[in-house]
Every structure is written in C-alpha cells, then in structure tokens.
Design a protein around this ligand. Structure first.
Ligand code: SF4
Ligand code: SF4
Length: 430
C-alpha cells in the first residue's frame, strides 16, 4: 500500500509540474504577433504526417535517419508499456495486461527488440557526437549546456532501456523459479541473455526487479519534466510546428502591410492617408516575431543541419542559423521569466538584436534559404534574420556601407548602380 501511495504522489507531482511548465511555454509562444496558419488543413496534415511522423527530411542522411527512427519509434512504442506500469503502480498489480495471453507475449517480444534498438542507436549517437569530428556537432553555440543536454538525454535513454531489460530479465528468472508473485507471462528474446548475470537468490532478484521498475518509471517521469528545458521538446513540438509550416514558396518574402499602404498612397495621392500607428518596423526583440517564429525556436533540435548547409557558415562567417534559433529561444525564456517575476514585461535593457544576435551575423546571410530547406522540422531561421535586418534599416538606418551605397543609388538614380538615369543607355554607343 505504501508503494502505491508513493507512486501516486510521484505520478501526480510529475503531471502537475509538467502541465505548469507546458502552460508557461504556451504563454511565451503567445507573446508573438498574429499570423494565420490555419488555412488548407488537409495539406497541412499531410505535411505533418510526412515530415514529423514520417521523418521525410531526415532521410537525406539515411544512416543517421535510420538510427533516429529506431530511437523515435522504440521510445514511443515502449512507452505504451508505461500504461501497464502506471496501472500496476496505482493498483498494486503485477503485469496487469498479461491476461491478454499471446498478444501480451507478442507485445513484450517486440518491446524487447525495440529497447535493444534504442540502446544500440543511443550508444552510436553518443560515440558519433563525442568521438567523431562531425562539422555540425561543433560550433560555438553547441558548447557548455547544449552539449551536456545532448549527452545527458542519450545517457538517460541508455539507462532507461537497460533498466527495462534488467527488469524483464529478473522477472523472467523469477518466473522460471516459479515464484508465486511472478506468474508466467511475456516473451524475453533480449533480456534472456542477461540471466547469467543475475543472482540465484529470490529476494535479491525481487530487489533487482523492483529497483529496475522504480528506476524506469521515475526516469520516465523525470524525462517528462526535463523536456521543457531541453532541446528534446521537439519530440512533442515537431508535430504542431510542421503542421503550421509556411505553405507558400520558401523564397517568398512577406510584405509589410504598413509599408505597402504608405507606398500606395505615395503613388496615388487620391487614396486616403494610412491609418493607425505602426509600433515598430522589423524585429528588435522576441515580441516583434510571430508566434510561429517562437514555436520554431522551441522546436529546434539543435541538429545543425541548417548550419552545415549555410554558405555563410561554411565560408567562415560568424552566422549560424542554428544559433539564431537557440538565441531566440533563450531570449524568449528570459522575457517569459521577466514577466512571471514582474507581472508584466519590465525593460531589462536587452534585446534579441545586439544582446543575443550581432549585426555581423545578420548581415552575413545570403538569404539563400538553404537552412530552411535543410531543417528536418521545417524551421525558418531566415524569417527572423530578415526581421532583424528590417529593424536595423527601417528603425535605425543602420546597414553596412555597401548596402547604404545601394540605397543611395536607388534614391538618386532609381537603380542599384551609381549611374544617372540619363546615362543608362551609354553602353549602346560603344
Ligand atoms: S538563408 Fe542565410 S542563414 Fe540560411 S543558409 Fe542561407 S545564408 Fe545561411
Ligand atoms: S533550425 Fe532545424 S536544422 Fe537548424 S538546428 Fe534547429 S532543427 Fe536543426
């Protein structure tokens, strides 16, 4: 009974804390400006099924995709078994679904192989990330916590799967010893190989089985609450993020409605003057981004596929689209904490531009869209970069000298070049 009470308290606490953190993230995302992404639901659903569920874009790198698929499918399916663990924990039963007979045996058989696949893939990922010098796993933004975060989660998954297999192995051995509390149930194609490692003593075996059981459930509940502070939040957010993807061609820039209105009035003075105040042109801080940009930031897996495809980064420039997303998320978390602490946002003399993302970074972008194309969860770092540039140009008149020269030419000559309009056709006289 004491075990059931402890289990109930831990389970309830984990759910309550997770719900509170999820609400906090939802509120942060809602700080973004409105953008309509609810059109064409059928197309969106198809995109989500292909990109998030089917992991279509991951398969541009087949080996990594296959290992990732093992972790993803394995982890999701094995957690179906969590249902049994939760029921057993709450009602003090043992392998409550074993009454399903051969169906149950088949499920445990599949779970064991999947657990092995997850274990194997995580070990390979750990070696690949730490021992091999893969370009996209480097970069200044991936030092300290992001590196620890990536390793921690792989180690956690290895430990969880190991606990799962040892739990089954001890259970299987107790079944073989005909212990009355461990009736014959399940099939153990992987954990049977662990039997020689286990002791013969019944009480020690029960201790190992119970320890692995508690370790597994506490580990999963801890993992649930680790998600909101980790890049692994993508296992949940990848689905809404791909659903709300931009459906227009990737290279299409959004017009700024306030500017369009101004230009129309300049071209046609008979139109009424624009109404309403524009609070800010472009993006200075996270509140100037759309909610989809902010959802993007929380969804980023820090995989670095965008950075590895970025011509600016490859040629040694400071820009890394992955860092743009990570900086946006970090600043958003900071703004969210500021609001929780003060009730409303209090100016902290910081902003996304300059405090987090430098001018050198934003002006290094070639707007080629390679990062958007490469991202396995349809994130758009370019939209944020463009917004920051718009702010620098339209609010501060600050642009690199070469771009200022082009603006001057546009103003004076109606073209990007420095030649007067009257001289444009001179080349025909050569
Ligand atoms: S759009 Fe900019 S950030 Fe993205 S890949 Fe091209 S140069 Fe890099
Ligand atoms: S933006 Fe996309 S490609 Fe880039 S690191 Fe994040 S998830 Fe990976």
């Amino acid at each position: 009974m004491m075990g059931q009470i402890i289990f109930f308290c831990l389970f309830a606490l984990a759910i309550v804390v997770f719900a509170r953190n999820a609400r906090h993230i939802y509120k942060n995302i809602k700080l973004g400006k409105a953008v309509n992404r609810s059109d064409r639901p059928g197309e969106r659903l198809k995109l989500m099924l292909l990109v998030a569920f089917g992991q279509k874009k991951m398969f541009k790198k087949p080996l990594a995709a296959l290992l990732h698929l093992c972790v993803y499918v394995g982890f999701c399916i094995i957690n179906i078994e969590m249902l049994e663990i939760v029921i057993d924990g709450l009602f003090g039963t043992h392998r409550v679904f074993s009454s399903l007979g051969s169906v149950y045996n088949g499920l445990i058989y599949a779970f064991e192989w999947l657990a092995f696949a997850v274990l194997f893939s995580c070990i390979i990922f750990l070696i690949r990330r730490n021992a091999l010098h893969i370009y996209r796993f480097g970069g200044r933004e991936l030092k300290n916590w992001p590196k620890t975060d990536a390793n921690l989660i792989l180690i956690a998954e290895i430990l969880l799967m190991t606990a799962f297999l040892f739990m089954n192995a001890a259970d299987f051995k107790l079944q073989q010893l005909n212990h009355p509390a461990y009736h014959h149930a399940g099939a153990f194609p992987v954990s049977q190989f662990l039997l020689p490692l286990l002791p013969e003593s019944t009480s020690t075996l029960i201790g190992i089985e119970r320890f692995a059981w508690w370790f597994h459930i506490i580990g999963v509940l801890a993992f649930l609450n680790y998600l909101p502070i980790s890049k692994h939040l993508h296992i949940i957010l990848a689905f809404p993020n791909t659903y709300f993807s931009k459906l227009e061609p990737k290279g299409k820039f959004n017009n700024m409605p306030a500017v369009t209105e101004e230009v129309k009035v300049m071209l046609d003075p008979s139109l009424p003057p624009p109404t309403g105040e524009v609070s800010r042109f472009g993006v200075k801080d996270v509140q100037d981004l759309t909610w989809k940009n902010l959802l993007d930031a929380y969804t980023c897996t820090e995989c670095g596929r965008c950075t590895a495809a970025c011509p600016a980064n490859i040629t040694g420039k400071l820009l890394s689209p992955r860092k743009i997303m990570m900086d946006t998320r970090d600043r958003l978390a900071e703004v969210g904490q500021n609001m929780v602490k003060n009730g409303d946002f209090q100016d902290d003399n910081k902003s996304l531009i300059d405090t987090y993302i430098t001018r050198e970074e934003i002006w290094a972008c070639t707007t080629c869209n390679a990062c958007v194309e490469a991202c396995p969860v349809n994130i758009d770092p370019l939209e944020i970069i463009i917004g920051l540039r718009q702010y620098a140009v339209m609010e501060e008149s600050q642009a690199p000298a070469s771009i200022n020269a082009m603006f001057g030419n546009l103003e004076n000559n109606g073209a990007t070049w420095k030649y007067a309009q009257a001289d444009r056709a001179n080349w025909t006289n050569q």
